[in-house]
Ligand binder design. Structure first.
Ligand code: ZN
Length: 215
């Protein structure tokens, strides 16, 4: 995801799963949804491993939970913050911050006055182990850019809006050409004036895969 300096639209980087594709930047590819679905019979366990400079862990966790609740409210998905000692394989959604004192090849400096703010998996990766019975391991990531090539003025709304978009990818949604949607590459007002809401199109798209339970 990109943040631009002046008008503060948000544009997301290409699919980070395929680095070679991203080099060529086939934008049509970014409109495709991911391959794998998440489970809906139990919560997706998430963990925040480190934080953006200036934000403590509980503040960032609250922002993340707030964004996750927006997806939960319109789908059959649910989320749970993993306990600190949770086995790595049982943490499904891994949320990390790159930086501040390192570089990251996922986040090259941009030449047009924008920053790549974050990236994410396109849906979960699923692998299986067989000890002692079949167990599927679901794993996805969201990574914020707090390196020197990233935004230098993260605020709570930016973190929320960027995460809301990126976790849409982690849930398997690709981009849309509808500029009004959260899953648009360009997100009006995404720079941090207010927390954005999911739009009708985002809701319709997530419900294609994770229909809300009927009560
Ligand atoms: Zn994106």
């Amino acid at each position: 995801m990109y943040l631009r300096e002046k008008v503060t639209p948000i544009v997301c980087d290409g699919n980070p799963k395929s680095r070679r594709t991203r080099q060529k930047r086939d934008t049509a590819d970014d409109l495709k949804d991911g391959v794998n679905d998440w489970f809906t019979d139990r919560p997706i366990k998430w963990m925040l491993y480190n934080t953006i400079v200036g934000f403590d862990k509980s503040t960032m966790e609250n922002i993340i939970a707030n964004a996750l609740n927006k997806w939960t409210a319109v789908s059959s998905l649910s989320f749970e913050k993993a306990a600190p000692n949770t086995n790595r394989d049982d943490v499904n959604l891994k949320i990390r911050v790159s930086g501040p004192s390192e570089t990251d090849e996922d986040f090259p400096a941009q030449t047009d006055g924008s920053w790549i703010a974050a990236n994410a998996s396109w849906g979960p990766g699923i692998s299986q182990i067989w000890v002692p019975v079949e167990k599927k391991i679901y794993s996805a990531h969201v990574k914020f850019n707090n390196t020197s090539t990233g935004p230098n003025n993260w605020n709570v709304h930016q973190i929320h809006n960027v995460f809301l978009h990126e976790v849409g990818h982690a849930l398997k949604l690709g981009h849309t050409l509808n500029d009004d949607a959260i899953m648009a590459r360009l997100m009006a007002g995404g720079g941090g004036n207010q927390d954005l809401q999911l739009r009708n199109e985002d809701i319709a798209r997530i419900q294609r895969y994770y229909k809300p339970f009927l009560f």
